[in-house]
Design a protein around this ligand. Structure first.
Ligand code: IPD
Ligand code: CA
Ligand code: CA
Length: 274
């Protein structure tokens, strides 16, 4: 294993221990609401602190983008992108579907990825150019050829409803054109499941970098494709993301195409970043 990945795994397992311990008694966890339907607990904070302290001690020159602690030295050559607990709502309800997500971006390119599911002890890892793994076993995206027989993961809008009607239009067409949709509630794990071939594809609107950075590299290293709703590269900045095996990915874009508002098209991102 690449040494940087080994250290990211160490940090993810440390966070996982904090999460597992707290999951024994979710009722006593202190929670506060960041925004409407956006909850953060002392566990999210403690897990992120453990990850950053571990990596910072080893790599004092590296930058960090953490969901709970914000940005630090993001112009550094190496930047860690961290979601200490992806699926907080599930966690707080005792619904065991959540993960720790850690990615390393070096000179603008995703290089290392860890998505750790602490309740199942499932460790998904990838290093650019070296493939994707689940607990040391190589994983690959599915080879299902038809969207109609595919199982697709997604995430519903639940905090910001500006794209809700658009999403529901996409949802309706996806229901009609697939074998089934699932909404487990941790985008990082959803992407890991695409990498493992358990989902044939995944899409969601408006995710954050920390939700998708690690999972996207897992998908790419497992032979899948990641893009925005037009198949382009803006997904890491917009969080408008589609992922899948190459055949299903192309068919998902076709289903989504009639629903794209200007804001969900790749060129919108180019215009607002000018
Ligand atoms: C959320 C989860 C969820 C997705 C949301 C994310 P959080 O992350 O990934 O599946 O639908 O959009 O924000 O807030 O639990 O870290
Ligand atoms: Ca998240
Ligand atoms: Ca989170």
């Amino acid at each position: 294993m690449h040494p940087m990945l080994t250290n990211a795994v160490k940090a993810a397992r440390l966070a996982g221990t904090i999460i597992n311990r707290a999951s024994q008694d979710v009722g006593s966890i202190k929670v506060h609401s960041k925004n409407y339907n956006d909850f953060v607990s002392e566990v999210d904070h403690a897990a992120e602190r453990a990850i950053i302290e571990t990596l910072q001690a080893l790599y004092p020159d590296h930058g960090f983008i953490g969901e709970e602690s914000g940005h630090d030295r993001v112009d550094a050559e190496h930047v860690w992108i961290i979601d200490p607990l992806d699926g907080t709502t599930n966690f707080l309800h005792g619904f065991e579907q959540y993960s720790v997500s850690i990615a390393l971006m070096s000179r603008g390119q995703l290089e290392q990825a860890v998505v750790f599911d602490p309740s199942r002890n499932d460790l998904f890892t990838a290093t650019r150019g070296r493939g994707a793994f689940l607990n040391d076993k190589r994983i690959r995206v599915s080879n299902r050829a038809k969207l109609q027989s595919s199982m697709i993961g997604t995430g519903f809008p639940f905090r910001d409803f500006k794209h809700l009607d658009t999403y529901l239009g996409m949802f309706k067409d996806m229901i009609k054109n697939t074998a089934g949709l699932r909404r487990p509630g941790s985008a990082a794990l959803d992407l890991a499941y695409v990498a493992a071939g358990w989902f044939d594809g995944f899409w969601e609107i408006g995710l954050s970098k920390w939700d998708i950075a690690a999972g996207a590299l897992l998908v790419q290293e497992a032979g899948g494709i990641v893009g925005d709703f037009e198949g382009n590269e803006t997904w890491i900045d917009t969080g408008n993301i589609v992922a899948g095996n190459p055949k299903v990915f192309a068919q998902m874009l076709q289903v989504l195409a009639p629903h794209l508002t200007d804001e969900l098209k790749s060129k919108y991102q180019a215009v607002i970043s000018e």
